[in-house]
Design a protein around this ligand. Structure first.
Ligand code: ADP
Ligand code: MG
Length: 332
């Protein structure tokens, strides 16, 4: 089983950011609205993630670290449903096969928290009491310490942390209802309170995309024939200097799609006569039946059942919104 776990880990644990992704998604699954992520040395030395979610009962702690013990799949139908979640009851066991993992959790009803741990082959599944508050902490140290070949492929601390920061930005723009704190080497990088009002959401977006972004962007809010687009597209005057940031969510899920990119670029160039890629944060909502999310479960790809319709909708939504709000135009 150790080898099986390590092989599974090869599929799911590519680098520190992939560990962070699995652990934060577990926090979401647990209904947490506060997630604190402490990273040391790009996540290679340590990844510690604490949430205020439902917690795990004492008797289930060992199960959570056991392969397939917690599979969410009860039927083939479920398999299609969870396809997007990547893997099923494999994250914690896979991670613990290539790192030193400690799991501490407390349900709201429990008198205290309980701790179990696993590293490589050593399992300490007999729960020990711990003063941790309600919720869960997963602590992952020394990633790939026992698989040197893989450790060799890790990049510099700075690069690995950049992947983590970018991941948290993407997740934070998908889940305004959750507060995030991200620390690297004891330094606070992001501190995002849960954002319910539009003003709070704009504050979060500004914290991620740059403080001038909201001011120097066009607000999009457009619906037609069952499709809905809302968000912000940066004006050519907004420049981050560095790399472009483009966040596009379909029914709450971040995607990268050529059809989408094309529609955005066309509308942008058409209205603003500008060739550069704009910074944008956009949310498309449509009937889930029109999106095939299982196309690439772990990748950022979807397949639209009616690509042409989606493309034309996006182009129209952006074209009209940009034209109406273009600086100097009569529109609002
Ligand atoms: P999966 O999420 O696919 O079930 P994981 O290996 O990611 O598999 O997690 C195993 C199980 O551990 C989960 O099903 C859940 O019951 C429990 N678990 C993991 N992380 C948390 C958390 N942060 N809060 C509550 N329960 C958790
Ligand atoms: Mg999981």
């Amino acid at each position: 089983p150790q080898l099986v776990n390590q092989i599974a880990a090869g599929e799911v644990v590519e680098r520190p950011a992939s560990v962070v992704k699995e652990l934060v998604e577990n926090c979401f699954d647990a209904g947490a609205n506060q997630v604190t992520i402490d990273i040391e040395q790009g996540g290679i030395r340590q990844i510690r993630i604490r949430d205020n979610g439902c917690g795990i009962v004492k008797d289930d702690l060992a199960l959570a670290l056991s392969r397939h013990a917690t599979s969410k799949i009860a039927s083939l139908d479920d398999l299609e449903q969870v396809g997007t979640m990547g893997f099923r009851g494999e994250a914690l066991p896979s991670i613990s096969s290539v790192a030193r993992l400690t799991l501490i959790s407390r349900t709201p009803e429990a008198d205290c928290a309980w701790l179990v741990s696993a590293d490589g082959t050593e399992k300490n599944f007999d729960p020990q009491p711990d003063p941790h508050p309600a919720g869960t902490t997963v602590d992952v140290r020394d990633l790939f310490y026992n698989t040197p070949a893989r450790r060799k492929f890790l990049k510099a601390e700075k690069t690995e942390f950049a992947h983590i920061e970018s991941l948290i930005q993407k997740l934070a723009l998908a889940r305004f209802d959750v507060g995030f704190v991200l620390n690297h080497n004891q330094r606070e990088i992001l501190h995002l309170k849960p954002a319910t009002s539009l003003t709070e959401q704009e504050k979060r977006i500004a914290a991620i995309c740059g403080s001038a972004f909201i001011e120097l962007s066009v607000k999009i809010d457009y619906a037609a024939s069952g499709l809905q687009l809302h968000g912000w597209v940066g004006l050519p005057t907004f420049s981050r200097g560095q790399q472009d940031q483009q966040f596009f969510y379909v029914n709450g899920r971040l995607i990268k799609d050529r059809l989408v990119a094309h529609a955005v670029k066309q509308a942008y160039q058409d209205v603003l006569y500008h060739g550069r890629h704009p910074v944008f944060v956009l949310y498309l909502t449509l009937d889930p039946a029109l999106v095939d999310v299982n196309a690439h479960p772990t990748k950022l790809e979807v397949r639209f059942r009616e690509g042409r319709t989606v493309h034309d909708f996006l182009f129209q939504a952006l074209h009209r919104s940009l034209a109406a709000q273009r600086p100097g135009s009569e529109g609002g």
